[in-house]
Design a protein around this ligand. Structure first.
Ligand code: HEC
Ligand code: HEC
Length: 285
């Protein structure tokens, strides 16, 4: 077999494994409004981006799923956000403090904050996301134990904080510390083929964007709606859990939450969604 035939055969085999349908279903041409507030759900991509336009994952979901996000009253994830609000106001740890003791009303103190993470953390000498910032405050400012990954209210409190940025366009500052080199590393990982299926993030979320894979409509894999609510599992899903799920789906062993690999991916994938509104909590199938 010559080289080109081999590549074509591999592509067909891969499409069969994935069950990629020929049906093209472009992102719908609608604007997401939440309680009457207009979101930026598609926008011009930043310089150096592989796409001309970036799209929110909301544009790829079915009409019924989309409808759940247009009204916070109907959004099943708002229950989790309310749990997060209760945690915000609850005293925990040796210092006898709650988040509110220092940060007051989250609607003011946390407004827009979630749109600018991951940030560079000088003390840890690495990037941190909201989950790790919460743990930092719990340990250093409350005398409380850090939350284990996805446990104890981590998802709910993260969703509550991110929800205070609803509508704010995502923008991270890559000039902080060594954030740029983590972006570079995240980009490299994004384009590296992995697992038994030998697929990179880019193969699905870039090359096959807009196509159907089994019963799923492939989006750009944006994270502006995280933590999102998944109808399939009936609960909130964190960014690192979603990343791990996608890595597991290509039959590869997946890195630990908050590992260097997943933090680098989070920096890079966040940048890929620059300009999209924070939609937390998004609703997905
Ligand atoms: C004793 C006071 C205190 C308590 C209690 C506290 N924090 Fe903080 N928090 C700070 C200080 C000081 C900073 C800024 C310096 C830093 O990053 O540690 C901060 C920073 C933050 C930031 C980053 C803000 C930004 O501009 O990026 C977030 C998010 C945050 N805290 C969330 C929380 C949450 C959630 C809780 C409760 C689990 C909490 N904090 C409890 C004092 C506190
Ligand atoms: C085999 C194809 C495939 C690969 C490879 C893949 N994903 Fe996914 N991913 C999916 C499917 C299917 C979904 C659900 C539908 C959608 O939103 O695209 C999804 C969803 C996502 C979402 C949620 C998007 C949203 O709007 O809620 C993120 C984030 C994501 N993927 C990131 C990644 C990252 C990062 C990688 C590489 C480590 C990756 N994916 C690799 C198939 C893939």
């Amino acid at each position: 077999m010559n080289k080109y035939l081999k590549i074509a055969a591999a592509a067909v085999a891969c499409a069969t494994v994935l069950g990629v349908g020929g049906l093209m279903a472009d992102p719908i041409n609608e604007t997401l409004t939440i309680d009457g507030q207009e979101m930026v759900s598609r926008t011009k991509a930043p310089e150096g981006h592989p796409f001309d336009e970036v799209y929110s994952g909301w544009l790829f979901r079915t009409e019924e799923t989309r409808a759940l996000q247009t009204d916070t009253f109907n959004n099943p994830a708002m229950l989790g956000v309310e749990v997060g609000e209760a945690i915000w106001n609850t005293v925990d740890g040796k210092e006898g403090k709650s988040c509110a003791s220092c940060h007051g009303d989250a609607a003011e103190s946390m407004k827009g904050i979630g749109a600018s993470y991951p940030k560079w953390d000088k003390d840890a000498n690495r990037p941190i996301n909201i989950e790790l910032q919460i743990n930092k405050c719990r340990e250093n400012n409350m005398g409380a134990e850090p939350y284990p990954f996805d446990k104890g209210g981590q998802k709910e409190l993260t969703a509550y904080i991110k929800h205070q940025s609803l509508g704010t366009p995502v923008k991270i500052d890559l000039s902080q510390g060594e954030l740029q080199s983590w972006w570079d590393k995240g980009k490299e990982l994004y384009y590296t083929r992995n697992g038994q299926l030998n697929l990179a993030c880019s193969n699905c979320h870039e090359d096959l964007m807009g196509k159907m894979i089994r019963a799923d409509h492939l989006s750009q894999g944006q994270i502006n709606g995280f933590p999102t609510y998944r109808l399939k599992s009936g609960g909130l899903v964190s960014v690192h859990n979603r990343f791990r799920g996608c890595i597991r789906d290509v039959r590869a062993s997946f890195p630990k939450a908050f590992s260097d690999e997943l933090m680098a991916l989070e920096v890079y994938v966040t940048w890929r969604g620059t300009g999209l509104s924070v939609e937390t909590p998004g609703v997905r199938q």
